[in-house]
Design a protein around this ligand. Structure first.
Ligand code: HAM
Length: 420
């Protein structure tokens, strides 16, 4: 029986890894220009962290986690997201005692047992940032601007930034009561998921994508009208800051994120042309989360971006660097008796930092040229009977298709001249 990759997972084959490297490089460079430092946390954590951190009424915790008992009967979970892990690390390493704010970024696989479809996987990759220790609305705007800057640096321009404020626990509770009173009489018209959401977290009914649910709640009060003066001021400062930075956004009353920890600013960035799973990034402020996970009273804000969705969007962008040549030099070898010379040439070039590969099957010169072409080699070196007799190496420039010769001593300079 052939064993295949589990449903919702996939291999990133070497040809595609180039694209990943390109996107990862741009992301890292952009995050670092904004002053964020990388953190790497474990792939699995104690299950309790996500129950407390993400919230046990959320879809993620109630039905999407990969949870297992280890051999010592501990309940562990493959991380479904990384904010809770960053909060745990922040507390565990007593980071609050140092100079604040601290700004972290991360990149890596996350795991959710969701129904797979284009842009939605069970193992997927996120890039994300978390900034702890500031409630300044300028920090909210910085975090959002970083997400937008990454898109711009990747050449993506057709996105929408949706923005809302979900208030603080005090003003949200007043709104929640109001919303419950409005939803209760129309509860039967809602989908089964929304009926459960109504019981557990009624605000989540607002961002149901079904038209029937949207029709049932049309005209219901908006949280915006219930924000307390502090939350209202915070939200208007965030919007002002974004406008000052010439970033356009859509105020979206329906935007309620699917994780429980948000306070105040919530945002999502969508790229409509990538299909049903159009949210490429989502995030917001979580001022109560560090405390809820056992730390001090500490503000935080962040977002995460789906790397697969970014790559889907990138498919429509012409991008030179993604297809950069993969190999500088290919050494075509006609017979095993030339191995001693070959091994010296190969080691010399590799030590000089020149990306070099070779043939191992001693096929015909024509077959080796074809192979070198497939590898994207810029230069092919030919080593056969004639070359050995004359003490030279034939150099073929695969771009100009010109051929020249060099002695072993001249070889390095000749190759560098072509590569430059
Ligand atoms: P999230 O909205 O659950 O937020 O995920 C963020 C992004 O990850 C989504 O916008 C999407 O691009 C991508 N994503 C989520 N699930 C999948 C999936 N099954 N397949 C492919 N891509 C997916 C969070 O995870 C929060 N931790 C974000 C955050 C950081 N908030 C504050 N700090």
């Amino acid at each position: 029986m052939q064993v295949k990759a589990p449903r919702g997972t996939y291999d990133i084959m070497p040809d595609d890894v180039n694209k990943w490297h390109y996107v990862e490089r741009i992301i890292r460079q952009t995050a670092e220009t904004f002053g964020y430092a990388e953190i790497r946390t474990p792939i699995f954590e104690h299950t309790e962290l996500f129950e407390r951190g993400v919230g046990d009424t959320t879809d993620i915790v109630s039905k999407e986690m990969y949870t297992f008992q280890d051999r010592s009967n501990r309940s562990l979970t493959l991380r479904p997201e990384n904010t809770a892990s960053c909060v745990r690390a922040f507390i565990e390493h007593s980071v609050a005692g140092g100079i604040l704010p601290v700004k972290w970024y991360y990149m890596g696989p996350m795991f959710r047992y969701d129904r797979p479809q284009a842009g939605r996987y069970r193992q997927f990759h996120q890039f994300g940032v978390e900034a702890f220790g500031s409630n300044n609305p300028a920090m909210d705007a910085e975090v959002i601007s970083l997400a937008l800057e990454i898109l711009a640096n990747l050449g993506l321009t057709d996105y929408e930034l949706h923005l809302n404020s979900v208030g603080c626990p005090q003003c949200r509770e007043i709104y929640r009561e109001k919303l419950i009173a409005h939803i209760r009489p129309v509860k039967e018209q809602l989908c089964a998921d929304c009926q459960t959401r109504f019981e557990k977290n009624p605000l989540r009914v607002l961002d149901c994508k079904l038209n029937s649910c949207q029709a049932a709640i049309a005209g219901f009060p908006n949280i915006y009208d219930y924000l307390c003066p502090d939350c209202s001021e915070h939200y208007s400062q965030v919007r002002k800051n974004l406008s000052d930075n010439k970033s356009s956004f859509i105020h979206d009353n329906q935007l309620v994120r699917g994780l429980d920890y948000y306070t105040n600013t919530a945002f999502e960035i969508t790229i409509p042309q990538i299909g049903a799973q159009s949210a490429v990034a989502g995030g917001g402020r979580y001022n109560g989360l560090v405390k809820a996970c056992g730390g001090t009273d500490m503000q935080g804000i962040g977002f995460a971006m789906g790397m697969e969705r970014l790559l889907l969007a990138m498919a429509s962008v012409e991008n030179g660097p993604i297809n950069a040549p993969k190999l500088d030099v290919f050494l075509a070898l006609m017979d095993d008796k030339y191995e001693p010379q070959a091994v010296q040439i190969l080691s010399g070039l590799r030590r000089a930092g020149i990306k070099t590969d070779r043939d191992y099957n001693y096929r015909s010169a024509k077959a080796q040229m074809k192979y070198a072409d497939k590898l994207g080699a810029r230069i092919v070196l030919l080593l056969g009977e004639d070359e050995i007799q004359r003490g030279i190496i034939t150099i073929r420039d695969m771009q100009s298709r010109e051929q020249s010769e060099a002695s072993t001593e001249e070889l390095m300079a000749a190759i560098k001249a072509i590569l430059e």
